[in-house]
Design a protein around this ligand. Sequence first.
Ligand SMILES: [Ca+2]
Length: 495
Amino acid sequence: MKLKALELIVIIAFVIASQTVSSQPNILLIISDDLNTRIGPYMDLDKHTPNLDRLANEGVQFTRAYCQYPLCGPSRASIMSGLHTETNGVAGNSHVLGSFRAVNPKLSNHPSMAGFFKEQGYYSARVSKIYHMGVPGGIEQGAPGGDDPDSWDYTYNVMGPETMSPGKLELLSPGNLHYGSNFSKMIIPDELEGTQTDYITTSQAIAILENRTRPLAPNGRNLTRLKPEAPFFLGVGLVRPHVPLIAPENCFIHYPEDEMELPEYTIGDNVPKAALHNQNGNRQKMSKEQQKKAIGAYMASVRFMDQQVGRLLDALDRLEVRDETIVIFISDHGYNLGEHDCWSKHSLWEGVARVPMIISYPGNKSQHGKKSETITELIDLYPTLADLCGLSDKQPEILQGESLAGIIKGEEQKLQKLVAYTMTGKDAASIRTERWRYTRWGEDANGTNEELYDHENDPEEHSNLVGRVEYSKDLEELRQVFENTRESARNGLSQ
Ligand SMILES: [Ca+2]
């Protein structure tokens, strides 16, 4: 009799728990790799990314969102931990399984964003690159990279052909022969798009959506489904436009190389050398013609990636779960394509620190299509999603980001923070305020390792104002803001 009562309690608890969970939205997190903000919804030009434009019209687009570290591994560890790099400890492209939880013993029990939702009863799945994976090498091996297995109920590592794709790989950067960082392009026949990593990733993600959203059959057909009624947290990692720049012909035809324009730049004498380490002549050594080809191939890769976003959105519509699913689209960091004569990532320029971020929350249609210029960071995602799913009171206290749910719901919300913080290397970092970018290459300021840009008058960061008397008061203030921000980024575990 006692046993029966206990069973009843367990059953009631299970029913209550599953009702609570089932009232929570699904989460589809799409992370593109090395995508800057030259894309459709952010550019004056449109028609490059119709599917991202469509998503932007179904959500809120954050136009001043910044990464914590402009490199795949550290950025992704900060997104998933909800902690700054200096606090989570992943400052390189580590392939250590367990990510930040393995690297930093103090965080061994800190759930990742996906792990948190898993703990809260969600079914959590990853397809391809969410934590760090080497592109193209890790993808060619089908390896898990620096994944955190405890984040997920299910994982799928795509083995894609990448540099061995069916086409002719053209090296564009004679100064760099490393295929994870050089510029190379390949046009593949349209009918072979299904061979490509992002296509396979998307197909597998759609298969998971099919599996997780079909109603349970009364005859017990789906009894094999793990957490049968749970909402899902599905992370989908698209690897383009990370190099090598491979895309089908239908994507390339829009970008004839002779029509590509190289950005104009001026570089002042007072720009620290460290800021310019990615200048073309230092590494890639591309001719102007090769640079134009690289931009065209990058855009073609963006277009191919965008097509995959469209397939995911179509699947949500077809399965009639779009209104129950939060869709987030981000990139792990930005990218230079010739601005400041610099190429690729690993810098602290605006174009490298800034990322696209679209959050489509089905409960706020009145806000759909709106843009927010609030300064935000990728570490804000974790508390934002916890908040949107009614789980704020359960999230770890140490999270360093701030919920953006109020903005997404159209409430009057001013964030407490006014600054985005991005670091790179051992001790270089940059802050972005509403008006300024202040960057320091080293621990202490010495006037020669600093940059100050006024985004109100110089959005392309052409003129470093450090040393100009009329800005000395602003510089002093920003130095102080920088030091306070860095202190708090570094000491996330000691508060
Ligand atoms: Ca990346």
